[in-house]
Design a protein around this ligand. Structure first.
Ligand code: CMC
Length: 426
């Protein structure tokens, strides 16, 4: 597969170093730099801007063109014609399911929706006002203490069982985080319902009254899950792969992904967008916030704008915007103040030289918060919902990592600290 070569000359080294260049099915070629260590050299790439850390066949992004493909299928087509569990099957298996395969898959997920009853006691250890991400990261890590029967990471069937458990239990855990925070009893999963319906039922139902889901909102919820399902080697997925590379427990690896996702530069941005829209408060204040975002002395950034890979519209943001309009129309929210500010902000930013030159476009998080808020989901649950949705991406990449030859992840460094010195008491 190395049909090309790169040649590297380094001052002080006589030989020209030849490095193999690999071509994938699409996307940029990659230079294999592994031989450099034996020449006394490392590569330097903080933030992994130009580094392919692995080979993968799950998801492809062309950031310049705003393209996102899962198993080769464009995200817009999946959002229009498919559903979240079908995309889960695709990410895990590389192909869309036949109707029979889909039926078995959905049924198997449903078999795993409950969590061990003992887990409910964990929640009591948290303050009621704890951030639900803090609870989720702990409870998902704690799954490692409960599910011991399928933990042979070299066994494909065991890896599949882990994936089913995670896909099925994440909505249950997410809803439990919410119920705990508002002092209501946990709502058990209802397996006769679809995935998104069931989640909404666990969030908003209570033992006193049946919860009847609105199909438009359930569809919007499913679409939010689908649009967040995977995004190749982002910070949280790379974290899961790296944690998994040591052979760690899969549930603990997913907890590490949740921790990485939490930050406002990554999955925490959906919560940060709503907080920002609240702070802006009125269209008349937008200019001030745009000026702050452009000021190099001010750390403020326009949340929901910019992306490491996309230098064009995030294709997920386009679908999200359309879903946002559908949800607000269904709920009769014609003049949502946040939507008005968001639309105006988007328009101003897209016409501003600062954002044009840096190719900063709205990303997936820009509109998702407005939809979630309209559905009735509190702001501090937004990133929890991202984590629920992204779990399939994390576990698919974890499984891919373990299904072939692999190595523990161990980056190197450019050391700039003191050189060797003898100990002297201060
Ligand atoms: N507002 C204002 N300026 C920005 C923004 C923004 N949102 N994003 C980037 N810039 C500027 C940045 O200051 C820099 O300017 P200069 O060249 O003058 O120093 C330039 O654009 C390049 O930024 P960078 O930090 O080098 O870009 P990055 O690829 O390292 O960061 C990012 C990507 C997503 C962390 C960043 O765009 C950001 O902080 N955006 C806001 C947070 C956000 O919405 N995150 C969600 C990402 S999508 C969901 C997900 O995948 O989790």
């Amino acid at each position: 597969m190395a049909d090309k070569k790169a040649r590297l000359t380094v001052d002080g080294l006589e030989e020209v170093i030849e490095l193999p260049v690999y071509t994938g099915t699409t996307g940029p070629d990659v230079v294999d730099v592994r031989a450099l260590t034996s020449k006394g050299l490392f590569t330097y790439d903080p933030g992994f801007v130009s580094t392919a850390a692995c080979e993968s066949s799950i998801t492809y992004i062309d950031g310049a063109k705003g393209v996102l493909l899962h198993g080769g299928y464009p995200i817009e087509q999946l959002a229009e014609n498919s559903d979240y569990l079908e995309v889960c099957f695709l990410l895990l298996n590389g192909e869309l399911p036949t109707p029979e395969q889909k039926e078995v898959f959905v049924k198997t997920v449903k078999n795993h929706t409950m969590v061990h009853e003992q887990m409910t006691h964990f929640f009591n250890g948290f303050r009621r006002d704890a951030h639900p991400m803090a609870i989720m990261v702990a409870v998902v890590g704690a799954l490692s203490a409960f599910y011991h029967d399928s933990l042979d990471i070299d066994d494909a069937h065991h890896r599949e069982v882990c994936a089913f458990r995670l896909i099925a239990k994440m909505p249950t855990i997410a809803a439990m985080c919410y119920k705990y925070s508002i002092g209501q009893p946990f709502q058990y999963p209802r397996n006769e319902l679809d995935y998104a319906d069931n989640f909404l039922q666990m969030m908003f139902g209570n033992p006193c009254e049946d919860y009847v889901t609105n199909p438009v909102l359930a569809k919007a919820m499913d679409r939010i899950f689908l649009l967040h399902a995977d995004h190749e080697q982002n910070a949280s997925t790379s974290t899961v792969r790296l944690a998994g590379s040591s052979g760690a427990n899969p549930f603990a690896c997913i907890a590490s992904g949740i921790a990485a996702l939490w930050g406002p530069a990554h999955g925490g941005a959906n919560e940060a967008v709503l907080t920002m829209l609240q702070e802006i408060g009125d269209e008349s204040n937008i200019d001030e916030f745009i000026q702050r975002a452009k000021d190099p002395e001010d750390s403020f950034r326009l949340m929901g704008f910019g992306h490491r890979v996309y230098r064009n519209f995030d294709p997920r943001a386009k679908v999200m915007k359309q879903t946002c309009d559908e949800v607000l129309a269904e709920l009769g929210i014609e003049n949502d103040p946040f939507l008005k500010i968001a639309k105006r902000l988007e328009q101003i930013a897209l016409e501003d030289d600062y954002f044009i030159q840096r190719k900063l476009y709205p990303n997936v998080d820009f509109y998702s918060g407005i939809i979630l808020k309209a559905i009735g989901i509190p702001t501090n649950m937004f990133t929890v919902i991202f984590a629920l949705s992204r779990t399939i991406g994390w576990i698919s990449h974890w499984s891919e990592f373990h299904s072939g030859p692999n190595k523990i992840g161990r980056p190197r460094q450019l050391y700039t600290g003191p050189t060797k010195r003898d100990y002297e008491k201060k």
